[in-house]
Design a binder for this molecule. Structure first.
Ligand SMILES: Nc1ncnc2c1ncn2[C@@H]1O[C@H](COP(=O)(O)OP(=O)(O)OP(=O)(O)O)[C@@H](O)[C@H]1O
Length: 230
């Protein structure tokens, strides 16, 4: 991931089906879009239109059936196969995931939830905890660093989860309904944070959302219907 001018995410004529024969579902029927550094893009569409499938393919969790995926200019999937054999490392280093429910580990404090990702990437525990505390401060939850997830409010837990997603300074951030469980004010705080991250980290951010509270907070909205962009 070295080309600094190419779009960070480039999806070219991606098709994806699940199952075969009478059980076949065409989830994506030829989807193309680019997202550049600094952009916060919304991905909307009715249930079953293919949003999660797009997110999972960008996140290198799911292989397309056809088409091409480039990340920072580098072809990652093309010609029916992955072009990198270290997808786990790519995910860990280049991509941050944020989910609707924070998915924090209940037996770890805020600091340790964030530090764990850094330790998995090879940092020492001390360095990982220092970076975790810096990030929690950046997201205004530093004062909750020793709390366990069950002791956090929904908005605090979501900010800790964002800190975790940012831990490795990924330039691609994928969020699935990150504000659905939050009230309007907290949803705006989360969107402000994502915007700041896009700018400070030159990141490309894709947010799957049905949430009308944040409908006007995107640079662009991609609208999926039945596996096609409209
Ligand atoms: N593992 C799977 N096996 C079979 N079909 C699947 C699988 N995952 C998704 N699908 C189907 O593919 C289509 C697209 O699903 P996807 O989850 O991408 O939609 P979505 O827009 O994210 O929906 P929602 O808003 O309900 O989460 C749907 O028809 C879904 O039933």
């Amino acid at each position: 991931m070295t080309d600094t001018t190419a779009p960070l995410i480039s999806f070219s004529d991606v098709k994806k089906h699940y199952g075969e024969g009478s059980a076949r579902v065409d989830a994506l029927r030829g989807v193309s879009f680019d997202v550049t550094a600094g952009e916060v893009v919304g991905l909307r569409g009715p249930s079953g239109s293919g949003k999660t499938t797009v997110l999972n393919i960008v996140g290198c969790i799911l292989a397309p059936s056809q088409g091409e995926l480039r990340l920072a200019g580098e072809p990652v999937f093309a010609g029916g196969r992955w072009l990198r054999d270290d997808l786990r490392r790519l995910r860990l280093e280049a991509i941050g995931f944020i989910f609707q429910f924070h998915n924090l580990l209940p037996f770890l404090t805020s600091t340790d939830n964030v530090a764990l990702v850094l330790q998995l990437a090879g940092q020492s525990r001390g360095a990982a905890r220092r970076r975790a505390q810096e990030l929690l401060d950046y997201l205004d939850v530093g004062h909750r660093r020793d709390a366990f997830p069950s002791q956090l409010s929904g908005g605090e837990a979501q900010r800790v989860a964002i800190a975790r997603a940012l831990a490795n300074r990924p330039r691609i951030i994928l969020a699935d309904e990150p504000t659905a469980a939050l009230d309007s004010q907290r949803a705006q705080v989360v969107m402000d944070l994502l915007r700041r991250v896009a700018i400070d980290q030159h990141a490309a951010i894709v947010v799957v959302t049905h949430d009308d509270k944040i409908a006007d907070r995107f640079d662009r909205v991609l609208e999926l219907r039945d596996g096609l962009l409209v």
